[in-house]
Design a protein around this ligand. Structure first.
Ligand SMILES: [Zn+2]
Length: 302
């Protein structure tokens, strides 16, 4: 179905193909299905997060800073046009940094599973500091051929504002939200995130401790490093294994080099854990691995 996405939609939706992933037609069983084009999970562009020039003082928000090695413009342009406000911002104020923010969706017979919900709307600080371009999750899902009302579960890799921003779409429903218990604790600390986005209603919160299978062929892997309660998702269907690494690394180079950079790992005491998390994900020998802030997809070396 994703093959039907028209070229002119590419600015709003990053659909990353999966050539090389073997399609097992019998994979249409209890687990996630492989589409005809071999798509097992897709990354969905949910926002571009330009860095504002001046931050500090009361505006400080841990986890909200941008990695110094910004993405190339081509990567950013895959997911969206610059915010007009961004264009009007003088160069001195905006620097040259933009970051893409990806969520992911797993097409599962039990219902779609959304992994990360991107940047949200309506928070003055975020709007002022980051001038984000935000795409509504429902619209992005629809463009990916996923009925937004079919979402059966949400997984947050962690609760920084750019990963849980549109969680409130699901608050007050019966959709469960899977987050590491450690991350829930971190999100209650000051300046960690946007509280109203990260505050999952107790009835919907599924606090995970470590690894957990959440649906046939879909499991959460605890991958601390970027944050203490960071988690990734592993999807298996047919012969394919796809890793949604999320922000276990910032970019594909860190994944290849098994490198925990100070920019992606805030706390020194998490450095070893971060490297161990990367190795854990790579030990699965995934066909593909996707990242939250880097459009390039890791493919198993031939
Ligand atoms: Zn983060």
């Amino acid at each position: 179905m994703l093959g039907g996405v028209e070229d002119n939609d590419r600015d709003a939706l990053a659909v990353i193909g999966s050539e090389g992933l073997e399609v097992d037609e019998s994979g249409h069983g209890a687990g996630p299905s492989l589409h005809a084009d071999g798509q097992l999970a897709v990354s969905i562009g949910l926002g571009v997060r330009p860095e504002a020039g001046t931050k500090g003082g009361d505006d400080r928000l841990d986890g909200a800073r941008i990695h110094p090695s910004s993405l190339p413009d081509e990567a950013a342009s895959q997911v969206g046009r610059p915010n007009p406000a961004w264009e009007d911002t003088p160069a001195w104020a905006r620097g040259d940094r933009r970051a893409v923010v990806f969520g992911f969706v797993i097409d599962h017979p039990d219902g779609a599973i959304v992994v990360d919900t991107g940047v949200g709307r309506g928070n003055d600080f975020i709007d002022r500091a980051y001038l984000p371009t935000v795409w509504d999750l429902d619209e992005v899902l629809a463009k990916a051929g996923i009925d937004p009302t079919s979402v059966a579960a949400v997984v947050n890799s962690h609760l920084h504002f750019d990963h849980c921003g549109q969680n409130p779409t699901y608050y007050g429903t019966t959709v469960p939200v899977f987050v590491q218990a450690d991350e829930v604790a971190s999100a209650r600390e000051p300046y960690y995130t946007v509280t109203e986005w990260a505050e999952i209603p107790p009835a919907q919160l599924r606090a995970v401790r470590g690894d957990e299978v959440i649906a046939e062929g879909v499991r959460i892997l605890s991958t601390p490093g970027h944050t203490r309660g960071h988690q990734s998702v592993v999807v298996e269907a047919g012969d394919g294994i796809v890793v949604l690494a999320a922000q276990a690394v910032w970019d594909i180079a860190e994944f290849r080099r098994e490198e925990a950079t100070t920019a992606n790992v805030d706390a020194e005491d998490l450095r070893d854990a971060a490297v161990a998390s990367i190795r854990r994900l790579k030990a699965l020998d995934p066909d593909l691995a996707y990242f939250s802030h880097h459009a390039e997809v890791f493919r198993r070396p031939i």
